[in-house]
Structure formats: C-alpha cells, structure tokens
Design a binder for this molecule. Structure first.
Ligand code: NAD
Length: 415
C-alpha cells in the first residue's frame, strides 16, 4: 500500500509544480513513493571487545532512468524520512543533469568522530556485508556524503569485491584515484556549483569582483567553493564550521584559513578575527549566500532576515519549502541544490563510466566534461524559467518530473 512507504516531505516539495504540470495522483505516487527502503541493523565489535548494534538505511527511490545512485552519510541525526527525501532529490538531480541514473541515498546513525579508525573500518565493511546483495554497478551505486570519504569508499569497495569475488570498481564512486577514483572528485561538487553560479551571474550581469559571498560550512564543499570563488575574484566575507563563523567585510584570506584548518582546530580557536554565529551568517548582507553544511537551515523563522540577492544551495535542501515561499516573495533568487550541487554526481557518473569501460581520462578532460554538463543543464533551466515564467526550483522540478515520467511511460509503467 502506498501509505506504508510514503515520503511526506517529497510530497510537499513536489507540490510546487504539481499544479503547473497537472499531475494526477498516480503520477504523484510514482514520483514520491520510493521503490525500495531498507533498514539494516548490524553488529560491530568495538575496540573494548564489546559488540554494538548500529542502524543503517538505504533507499532506492526510482530507477526508471538507470541504476540508482546516491551517497552514504554517517551522522548521529540520520533519520529514515530524511534519507528518503535525499534519495528523491538524487532522482531529480540525475534527471536535470541528464545522467542515466535514478536516485538513492543511505546512512548510518553514528557519530564517526567518536570511533577509532579500526571501528570506522569495521562499521563501513559491515554496512556493505549487510547490504551488498542490493548494491552493484548495474543496480545501486553509493558514494560519499557527510562524514564519509574516499577511505570509507575504499573499505566498502574491498568488502564488496571480497564478497562477490570480482573486481567491480563501478559499484561505488568517490574512491581514491589509485582504486579507480576520479582525479577531481574532491572539488567536483564545488566546481559544478561554480560553473552554474558563473552562468547565472553572467545572465544577471553580476561581476565576480563586485560580488560578496558568505558561506556556511567549511568542509569538503564549503572550503573548495571558498577557494574556487576567491581564485576567481569574488570577495569571501564570511565562512563557518560547526562551532562558529568568522567574517570580515573587506574579505577573508581563504588560503590562510585553509592552512589553519589543516591544524584540525575549529574557527572558535582562531585569534584576530571577528566571530559570527552559524545562524547570523545566514542573515549577513551579501550578494551570494552559500549554505554548504546541513539541511533545513533556512526556515520560516529566519527566511525573512536573509539579505542575500542569490542563494547557491550547495548543501542538500538547506531551504525548507515554507522558507522558499518567503524568499520568493522577497525576490531572493535560489539556485537549487538539485543543480547547484550536482557536480559531485556528474563526476561520479564519469568515474562509473571509466570504471565500467576500463579507460581512464585525465584531469582536464574530466573538468571540461563537467563544465559542459553543468552549463548545458543551467541553460536548459533558464529556458524553462522563461517558458513557464517560474522560479529556478520550479523549472528544475518541471524538467526532472517530465524526464522521469517519460521514462516510466516508455517502460509501460504509466499510460
Ligand atoms: P563535510 O562533512 O566535509 O563538511 C560539513 C561542514 O559543515 C563542516 O565544515 C562542518 O564543520 C559544518 N557543520 C557541521 N555541523 C554544522 C552545523 N550544525 N552548523 C553549521 N555548520 C556545520 O560535508 P560536505 O561533503 O562538505 O557536505 C556539505 C553539504 O553538501 C551536505 O549537505 C551534503 O549533503 C552536501 N553535498 C555534498 C556533496 C559532496 O560531494 N561532498 C555533494 C552534494 C551535496
């Protein structure tokens, strides 16, 4: 029964275009009910010799356009409803960037900072040994997400290959280069975001050197977008980590901050800079605001205080649907997550293509292909915005929904 596996927030996200597209209830169900949702419980032997049971999830949302694809997150707040929402967004993301994939997502409820390296490895391997029958290069392909990295992908690949007895590097992406990973995977999400932002700013005649940027999050995505934008002449006026934000209206020295972060210390310990809370950073006066940490950070409570002209959503769903409406009325334009942060999955797709054909491309080739893919998708969005006189989010949802439903029709699932 549909009610059993419903994704409530997917429904409210789709509401934004359901009437524009005259979707009927069957189409809405096909789009918002995940095909498969797994909950796994598995034991891990901890360093003290005791066994601890962990809970993990994998949602394979829709595979009409190809094998499902999506990251695995390690976080204490992983919850099944959010995993479904993220898998839904992955389905749309792969469609708007024209990738032959459906969407998936996974996670484990865990604070990885509290684990030793050995415990982290055993946890990563156990997730795969529990789930491996449902994964594979032609079925469902995981990747890194919050708190998972190339090393975790390497352990997961090794466990999968140990169990299946075959080399299958295309079963997971975001691997170290030595195991078939892509040369630019680490910067791919931020690079993709940059290409999209550049195109949109060109369209609005905004100049990088006159553009101020505030960034929430200084992890893989936040740090790299800060570096890329600063290298292209943008003025980065604020950045933050989980503990605190720092700001300077004259512009921060991003390379110094990157060096500082190598010490693994938080910005709260950094001397000689002005501090700002993680909430206030979202309300700073700036041209471009980039949420690059967690979801649901701009809500109906703080949306009215946002002063940016443009929001580049590098985190997944950082703006709630209610906040999206408030920002729309304030004429704050949002470059939505399903395009803004799609660079990661685009390069994952390239990695999968190289793994499955055993032919590897150089760094420049991957970067050029990423640029082409992102610029094409951004232009396609621009045309839909004009045709439907709608926001960027509505345009992307219209495109993605049409592509997924068309694939379902071709398969005979829908008439
Ligand atoms: P990460 O773990 O490398 O970095 C997360 C950053 O957020 C860190 O700087 C951390 O200090 C900060 N943070 C943690 N809790 C916070 C809080 N409560 N308030 C403010 N900041 C906080 O993760 P990442 O890979 O950079 O991912 C960041 C976001 O981008 C996530 O929403 C993720 O889903 C999304 N994303 C990542 C990729 C990718 O390729 N890594 C691709 C698409 C989307």
């Amino acid at each position: 029964m549909a009610e059993k596996n419903v994704c409530t927030s997917c429904n409210s996200m789709l509401d934004k275009v359901a009437s524009l597209l005259n979707l009927n209830q069957t189409e809405i169900d096909v789009l918002t009910i995940p095909s498969r949702s797994f909950t796994f419980s598995f034991p891990v032997i901890m360093d003290d010799g005791k066994t601890k049971i962990f809970t993990g999830y994998r949602v394979q949302f829709n595979s009409a356009r190809g094998p499902t694809k999506g990251g695995i997150r390690f976080h204490p707040k992983v919850d099944p409803e959010e995993v479904k929402t993220l898998a839904f967004l992955m389905t749309l993301k792969c469609a708007v960037t024209n990738l032959p994939f459906g969407g998936a997502k996974g996670g484990i409820i865990v604070d990885p900072k509290k684990l030793s390296a050995g415990e982290l490895e055993r946890l990563s391997r156990r997730y795969i040994s529990t789930a491996y029958k449902f994964l594979g290069p032609e079925t469902d392909i995981p990747a890194p997400d919050v708190n998972t990295n190339p090393q975790v992908m390497a352990w997961m690949l090794d466990e999968y290959e140990r169990l299946t007895g075959k080399h299958q590097p295309g079963m997971i992406t975001g691997k170290p280069v030595e195991l078939g990973g892509s040369a630019i995977r680490e910067i791919s999400t931020s690079m993709g975001g940059y290409f999209t932002l550049r195109e949109i700013m060109k369209d609005r005649k905004m100049k990088p050197e006159q553009t101020t940027v505030a960034i929430q999050g200084f992890g893989n995505v936040g740090l790299n977008i800060a570096k890329i934008l600063s290298d292209h002449g943008y003025k980065i006026i604020a950045v933050s980590d989980s503990k605190t934000g720092i700001y300077d209206l004259k512009g921060l020295d991003v390379r110094n901050l990157m060096d500082y972060k190598k010490s693994k210390k938080g910005f709260d310990k950094l001397k000689g800079v002005k501090k700002i809370t993680n909430q206030k950073i979202l309300e700073l006066k700036c041209d471009v605001l980039i949420p690059a940490a967690l979801g649901d950070v701009i809500t109906k409570n703080n949306a009215k205080n946002v002063k940016a002209k443009l929001i580049l959503e590098l985190a997944n769903h950082p703006v709630t649907p209610e906040a999206d409406d408030i920002l729309g009325k304030k004429k704050v334009e949002i470059i939505p997550d399903i395009l803004a942060n799609a660079g990661g999955v685009v390069v994952s797709y390239f990695e999968w293509v190289q793994n499955t054909s055993n032919y590897y491309w150089g760094r420049k080739e991957v970067l050029d292909k990423l640029e082409t893919q992102m610029v094409t998708a951004t232009k396609e969005m621009g045309r839909t915005c004009k045709n439907f006189k709608c926001s960027m989010r509505q345009a992307l949802y219209i495109q993605a929904v049409n592509k997924v439903l068309y694939a379902e029709r071709l398969r005979g699932v829908l008439k």
